[in-house]
Design a protein around this ligand. Structure first.
Ligand code: SAH
Length: 372
């Protein structure tokens, strides 16, 4: 049985596209043309590849070749401008991808700023796309909705890049002219799908035009892959979901901690080869009465002392089936102050798209998995 995905261009590297061109009896420069059409122009069909002769496009189409951009099945628009996309793949599986525009004031703009009428067609000056790496997730974090799904399968590199292409096309946006950041913080654990994730990074950087410095990957703490990432020639910045300052608490919230405990995780963070001016990010989801005390903050500051990093504090985004509560705002501020006083830079992450279930830990396919 032939795998449908073999007839898809998205996900192939420049090298692979060149080989494909040659195997099709074409000159090797057709590989460059395909690469530029698929990732640079982001065509959605083979017919749109205008650099290829008509006859060749026709022949490619006849043999069932497609670009493989996934389908936008649903769009949920938040009052803050965030959009949650439900994106479907050829086998019927789907994931969520989030578009977060930001204006000068850090909010999604409303287009009412004074200025040139033509120029201000766009109400934001940069945007972040949060992409998924797996259908569901196998890391059983007790406070995250995606965990409730379990993992269905890994995404291919083409499906990871394809989410970005689908959203950029829908938004009529093109990097590098438009400032777009990518965060690998959607559904799934990117480091449990490492090869496809890192291949997608390369294609986004080289093909789509999004600089590696504009990408961040977040991990629940798959320690060996943190070392692997550090050795990559092209790589995103690293964020580590810490969420607790000691093993007892962390193992309760994130069972993965029993496999790689804080000693191992923090050692990997200390060993991580940071580039010039780069900082590590530690994410810390604050849960009311669980991990949000000043004592927890002090313990956290001790744990990561000496690492060139910062802490992003996220007040828990609630959800059905989640047994934890969001702390009061003053608790969050106090936690931040305690960290800052201990010399650890700490920032409170503003939730985006909470009203449409697009915020951190809220991604859970609205459509249930088809019976398999
Ligand atoms: N699996 C990776 C990538 C997902 S990133 C990881 O765990 O890092 C998703 C981020 O949202 C993580 O930092 C996670 O700790 C956080 N998160 C999960 N559930 C949340 C919730 N209910 N409220 C706020 N943040 C949450």
């Amino acid at each position: 049985m032939s795998d449908k995905r073999q007839n898809v261009l998205l996900g192939l590297t420049f090298r692979e596209l060149t080989d494909f061109a040659e195997e099709s009896g074409q000159p090797s420069y057709r590989g460059r043309q395909l690469f530029e059409a698929v990732y640079g122009q982001r065509v959605e069909s083979v017919e749109q590849i205008s650099t290829l002769p008509q006859e060749l496009r026709h022949r490619f189409k006849q043999r069932g070749l497609s670009v493989g951009v996934p389908t936008i099945q649903k769009k949920f628009v938040s009052s803050d401008g965030t959009i949650r996309y439900l994106i479907g793949f050829s086998d019927g599986q789907s994931v969520e991808t989030v578009w977060m525009p930001e204006g000068d004031d850090g909010e999604a703009g409303d287009g009412s700023e004074a200025g040139n009428e033509v120029e201000k067609a766009r109400a934001w000056d940069r945007a972040t796309i949060c992409v998924s790496s797996q259908v569901g997730c196998a890391v059983d974090c007790q406070f995250c909705l995606t965990a409730l799904l379990g993992v269905k399968r890994n995404l291919t590199a083409g499906e990871i890049v394809g989410q970005v292409c689908a959203v950029l096309n829908d938004q009529h946006v093109s990097p590098p002219q438009d400032r777009v950041n990518i965060v690998f913080m959607g559904m799934g654990e990117p480091f449990l799908n490492y090869d496809n994730f890192i291949k997608a990074v390369g294609l986004l950087a080289e093909g789509v035009g999004i600089a590696e410095s504009r990408m961040t990957v977040s991990t629940a703490g798959i320690v060996p892959r943190i070392y692997d990432l550090g050795a990559e020639p092209v790589r995103p910045k690293l964020a580590i979901s810490l969420n607790a300052p000691n093993d007892e608490l962390r193992s309760r919230l994130m069972p993965i901690n029993r496999k790689w405990n804080l000693e191992k995780l923090v050692a990997a963070a200390r060993d991580f080869p940071l580039r010039n001016r780069e900082r590590l990010t530690f994410e810390y989801v604050l849960m009311d009465g669980v991990n949000d005390s000043p004592q927890n903050a002090r313990e956290l500051s001790e744990l990561i002392r000496g690492i060139r990093g910062k802490v992003n504090l996220i007040a828990l985004n609630p959800g059905p089936g989640i047994a934890f509560q969001t702390p009061a705002e003053n608790r969050v501020f106090e936690f931040q102050k305690t960290l800052t006083a201990a010399g650890v830079p700490a920032f409170i992450r503003r939730p985006r798209g909470r009203d449409i279930y697009a915020a951190c830990g809220q991604l859970k396919r609205t459509v249930e998995f088809p019976a398999s």
